[in-house]
Ligand binder design. Structure first.
Ligand SMILES: *Cc1c(COP(=O)(O)O)cnc(C)c1O
Length: 466
């Protein structure tokens, strides 16, 4: 072997990342760089771009999962290439999806003699869109049959003002009038009597929420069902309930199995939930189940090929990775009913502990004490005798890495500013004690700090949509 003069301008695999040329220049950000960059260096550069995003597990704003077991993460990484829509190439994946739908339908107490149907989606937003479309198409056919002039008015949907933004999207995208029921300030949920006042022949359905993104409370679906039973007896077009159980769907069946909010109720025809909330899977995965095939109009079903035959599908999306579906099945298998219950019970304990901590401090009035969804939600008391706002407190907590949103309540209660912690499975009691200390310290610092008092919290809405 002959060696020549070492050419220092040539990089090789021995070059340390931070000794490399790409790390030493400003790479074009809004057009492609001309030449490739070594994987280890490119990967480092991308990670560094993301450094200051905060620690996901300290983010108390989101319902979305921020932790999965190593085995699950590995399984997901190994199955990322599988396309969920390609039932023919991945029939076993389709089978796992089918099992998930059946497990979920059972969890939501579907009657054993019904021909239920269900599908996975990217999240609850897509699932709500499908549920809403089914209600709209079904209403149209039934209204026509009942001799109603379906062009005289827009069809309408009734929901509490604490709705998640996906319902507003549904109404705009599918040209449906949204009729909102003001949230009852005492219960922070929908008053069923008020909802019934909005019902007419053009109502495609009422959406009940389990639970409300703002407050963590549940709508009283059982009471709503009772009222609809009476109404539907004489109605020209009966009104169904769709339950948006984005967060409650994988929580309530384990924590309050006797609470009737699901398919045990006569008028509940469809339910959605986010697998990536209390289903404990990384985003994005959602689910929808219709109690019976009669609630899903046939014209909304499309067929894709499957092992030489065809399989019906209902989705807005087409291609996406199947790894979330596989991870959902992994969680079902791994945790079982008792596992989910134990995880949620601990999450609940943490929420109750944190709510008590907030209460004990004395400045706050609690809206949700974690006894239902594991959410702590509070506002400053009237005249709390402090110079700071919840926005200041949010900023202080952020200095310690905690992301705790403060935001106004929805319409007719928008003068009320609240703060909310969403407790997730990976927020253990040890972390909670540390957080409680940081919370007290933040308040103590604010009480002694020079706070610039501008009564202008506008533009500071954070993280209340998910
Ligand atoms: C989170 C949430 C949604 C949207 O769910 P994604 O899975 O994020 O699309 C819809 N409705 C409610 C009540 C929610 O809490």
């Amino acid at each position: 072997m002959l060696y020549g003069k070492n050419d220092k301008s040539k990089q090789n695999f021995l070059t340390p990342i931070f000794g490399s040329l790409p790390s030493d220049r400003d790479i074009p950000k809004y057009k492609l760089n001309q030449s490739p960059i070594e994987p280890r260096i490119a990967s480092r550069l991308v990670k560094d771009e993301l450094l200051d995003e905060g620690v996901a597990r300290q983010n108390l704003a989101t319902f979305c999962q921020t932790y999965m077991e190593d085995e699950a993460v590995k399984l997901m990484a190994e199955t990322l290439q599988k396309n969920a829509i390609d039932k023919s190439e991945y029939p076993r994946t389709a089978e796992l999806e089918n099992r998930c739908v059946n497990i979920i339908a059972d969890l939501w107490n579907v009657p054993s003699d019904s021909n239920y149907l269900g599908a996975s989606t990217v999240g609850s937003s897509e699932a709500c869109m499908l549920g809403g479309m089914a209600m709209k198409f079904r209403w149209r056919a039934r209204a026509k049959a009942a001799g109603i002039d379906i062009t005289a008015h827009k069809p309408n949907l009734i929901i509490s003002s604490g709705y998640q933004v996906c319902w507003e999207k549904f109404c705009v995208y599918w040209d449906v009038e949204m009729r909102t029921v003001k949230m009852d300030p005492d219960n922070m949920n929908m008053n069923p009597d008020e909802a019934m006042l909005l019902v007419d022949d053009y109502t495609i359905g009422i959406v009940g929420i389990m639970g409300i993104t703002y407050s963590g409370q549940y709508d009283d679906i059982e009471a709503l069902d009772k009222k609809l039973k009476v109404y539907n007896k004489t109605a020209k077009v009966s009104v169904p309930i769709h339950v948006d159980a984005a967060s409650g769907g994988f929580y309530t069946p384990f924590m309050e199995p006797n609470l009737k909010w699901d398919f045990r109720l006569e008028n509940v025809v469809s339910i959605n939930s986010s697998g990536h909330k209390y289903g404990l899977v990384y985003p994005g995965i959602g689910w929808i189940v219709w109690k019976d095939e009669q609630y899903l109009p046939k014209e909304l079903i499309f067929k894709v090929s499957y092992l030489g035959g065809e399989i019906p599908t209902m989705a807005i999306n087409f291609s996406r990775s199947a790894s979330q579906i596989i991870a959902q099945y992994y969680n079902f298998l791994r945790y079982g009913y008792d596992g989910y219950k134990e995880v949620h019970k601990r999450t609940h304990d943490v929420a109750v502990f944190l709510a008590q901590n907030v209460k004990d401090i004395g400045y706050f009035e609690i809206y949700n004490d974690g006894s239902r969804l594991p959410i702590v939600c509070y506002k400053l008391k009237e005249n709390p005798d402090v110079k700071w706002t919840l926005y200041d407190l949010a900023d202080r907590l952020q200095m310690k890495g905690w992301q705790v949103p403060a935001y106004p309540l929805p319409k007719n209660l928008e003068d009320v500013i609240i703060q909310r912690y969403v407790v997730r499975a990976d927020f253990g009691m040890n972390m909670a004690y540390e957080f409680a200390e940081d919370f007290k310290e933040a308040i103590n610092e604010l009480n002694h700090a020079h706070v610039v008092n501008e009564k202008q919290p506008a533009g500071k809405k954070q993280g209340f949509t998910h």
